[in-house]
Each structure stands twice: as C-alpha cells, then as structure tokens.
Design a protein around this ligand. Structure first.
Ligand SMILES: NC(=O)c1ccc[n+]([C@@H]2O[C@H](COP(=O)([O-])OP(=O)(O)OC[C@H]3O[C@@H](n4cnc5c(N)ncnc54)[C@H](OP(=O)(O)O)[C@@H]3O)[C@@H](O)[C@H]2O)c1
Length: 329
C-alpha cells in the first residue's frame, strides 16, 4: 500500500509517498482501508518535529480519517469487515490503510459521505470537549471563538450554535475570514488585526452582548489575542486554551482570574482519545446525530488525492485553506 512517509523531522516537502507493507491487525485492532483523511494544522507541527508527541521515525502523518474495515483482530467485537467507520490515531492516516485500535473507531451513519465523516473528526471532537467538558457551556451562553474561520474555530462556532449558545462571536483575521465565520453561524465578528486589540476586543464584545461580555472563550490562536480575550470575559467566564496558531504561547496574569472569578483550562483532546475512548465514542455519535439533524455542515474547501498532501499542507500553513481540506488515499 502507498503512504506518505516522514523519514526525518523537517519541512513538509521532505516527506514522500512510498510503498509500505499491508498492515496486519493486532488482536485489539482493525485495519481500515482509508477513503478520506482529515488534514489538520497539528499534522504540520508533527512533521516539523514541533508537536508535543513525536512519533518514532519513519512514520506517516495524519490523525483522523474514514474508510472501510478490511480486517478484524481476534479480540475485536462489534466491528466487521465492510463496516464504514471514522477513526482517530496519534499518526498514520496519510496512507491507503491503517491498523488502529478498535476502541478508536466510530461506525458512521450509512448515508454519510466519507469526506464529511473525516471533516467531522478531530476538530469537532476538540470543539465539543472544549465547549462542553471544559467550558461547561449552557444554553444561552455567549461564546467568543478565536480563529473562527479555522478548523477548530469553525467547528466550535457550529457546535456552539447547534448546542444552544446565545450570541456567538468570531475573532478573525480579515474580511474573507469574517464571511466564513458568519457562514459557520457567528452573529458578529471581531477583526483580530485591529489597532489596540487589548481594549478593542473587550469593547466590541461588550457592544455585541449588551455590556455582558463573553461567558466562554475558545482559543486555538494564542499570543496577544489570548490576553485581549481574557479582558473580554464576563464574570465567571471560562477560557479554554486549545492551541497556538499565532505561534506565541501567552502568559496569563492571575489577577485577571481572581478579580472576575475567571477559569482558564487547557485542553489536550488526544488524552481523551487514549484515556477515555468510550467517552470519545459517545461524543462522536452525538456529533453524527447533530449532522443527521442538519445542525452541522462542515465546510469542505477541497478534496485532493493523497499524492497532493504537500499542496494541502502548504495551503493550510499559509491560511489559504478557507475550510477543511480532505485527502483521498
Ligand atoms: N488542544 C487540542 O487538542 C488541539 C486539537 C486540534 C488542534 N489544536 C491546535 O489548535 C490550533 C488551531 O488548529 P486548527 O486546526 O484550527 O488550525 P487552522 O485551521 O489553521 O486555523 C487556525 C486559525 O487561527 C487563525 N490565526 C492564525 N494566526 C493568527 C494570528 N496571528 N492572529 C489571529 N488569528 C490567527 C487563522 O487565521 P488565518 O487562516 O487567516 O491565518 C485560522 O483561522 C493549532 O495550534 C493546533 O495545533 C489543538
């Protein structure tokens, strides 16, 4: 089978398609013939050796995908050859096949296209855990989503909307991204490139919420944006640290937290995948149910053959994806 192989950490252009042996399932695994692979920002960090988990070399990148089960390990129950599943893994989905722990597989609704199933994977899981588990979102809460045109951001906007948030505000860079954020369900957008973001974000969030502020901030951006967002929180607000797409890891002043009874929590979704797979399975079925009810519609910017992985990752890296890119092995 063909797979994208990273032989040493470095620029994404160093990886290449290679022929690999057909994977065999261990007792607790299934083999999935991948039909769609989700392209995610962390894939770039993993390939460059900048991610918190470094796979053993050589490896294939990619954390989520969908496909058809072609082999089942001896201890696996409840999954059969021919089942359509979504799956998540630490790495390995930029390939035609993958052997994966059966606990990390999710049966897909029969009518769901593979590309949609892949797009509803990692970023929607992350958004769901951020909103519900970490931020304890309640119907009516005001949610400020930073990087609202990006992968985690647009999933957070759609899920917040679908799960009954009140006002949803998107923090974005530029007019094109503001359009995308509104299309995903934002009531209002804030330009993260404005002058004096520190005061401007708080003022604009207050203006959009009758002076209340944001009950929740979902933050996959980091840097100065995080510090400004902290000031836009309401009394007992919750900020969830999801990532640092801007490149800088912010420091947080504890006096802000004390004065307004603010909670800041960090989310590492992959820990839930490893430590609580049944919980993740339940969340995935909830995401599918919302999709079946027409409440979620992942924006797919493009589907490309696996061989064009470099083009897909360059577009993501340069902020030119404008929606999810899916690779078709
Ligand atoms: N904690 C977890 O479990 C988890 C799970 C998934 C992802 N992540 C992390 O979350 C982050 C985002 O991932 P993603 O898949 O959503 O990436 P993405 O699709 O590339 O989206 C990133 C968003 O951030 C915006 N952005 C980048 N730099 C910015 C800046 N300086 N100021 C304002 N906005 C900026 C981008 O806008 P432009 O497109 O205009 O640049 C884009 O909207 C990454 O750091 C990733 O590693 C964490």
């Amino acid at each position: 089978m063909k797979a994208v192989l990273v032989r040493e950490f470095g620029p994404i252009g160093q990886a290449a398609i290679e022929e690999r042996p057909t994977p065999q399932p261990a007792a607790h695994e299934v083999v999935v013939d991948l039909r769609a692979t989700e392209v995610n920002y962390p894939d770039i960090l993993v390939m460059e050796g900048k991610y918190q988990v470094k796979p053993p070399l050589p490896f294939s990148p990619g954390k989520a995908g969908t496909g058809v089960i072609s082999a089942v390990g001896s201890d696996v129950s409840g999954l059969c050859v021919g089942d359509h599943v979504a799956m998540q893994s630490e790495y390995g989905t930029y390939a035609e096949q993958i052997a994966v722990n059966a606990q990390n597989c999710h049966p897909m609704p029969a009518e769901m296209p593979f590309a949609i199933g892949a797009a509803l994977g990692l970023v929607y899981q992350t958004a769901h855990f951020a909103l519900i588990e970490h931020a304890a979102m309640k119907p009516g809460d005001t949610v400020l989503v930073l990087g609202a045109s990006g992968g985690v951001g647009s999933a957070s906007v759609q899920l917040a909307r679908a799960l009954g948030a009140g006002c949803v505000i998107g923090g974005v860079k530029g007019a094109r991204n503001a359009e995308l954020a509104r299309a995903a369900g934002c009531d209002a957008t804030i330009d993260l490139e404005m002058d004096n973001l520190r005061d401007g974000m708080r003022d604009q969030v207050r203006a959009a919420t009758d002076g209340h502020g944001a009950d929740i901030v979902i933050d996959p951006v980091g840097g100065a944006v995080t510090k400004a967002a902290l000031r836009a929180l309401a009394w007992r607000g919750r900020l969830v640290v999801v990532g640092f797409a801007a490149g800088d890891i912010p420091t947080i002043q504890a006096n802000y937290l004390l004065v307004k009874n603010i909670t800041v929590s960090g989310l590492q979704w992959s820990d839930y995948r490893e430590r609580a797979p049944v919980w993740v399975q339940r969340v995935q079925q909830e995401i599918y149910a919302l999709w079946s009810q027409g409440k979620l519609s992942p924006q797919i910017a493009d589907t490309l053959p696996l061989a064009q992985f470099e083009k897909a990752l360059e577009r993501l890296k340069e902020g030119r994806a404008h929606g999810k890119i899916i690779l078709e092995p």
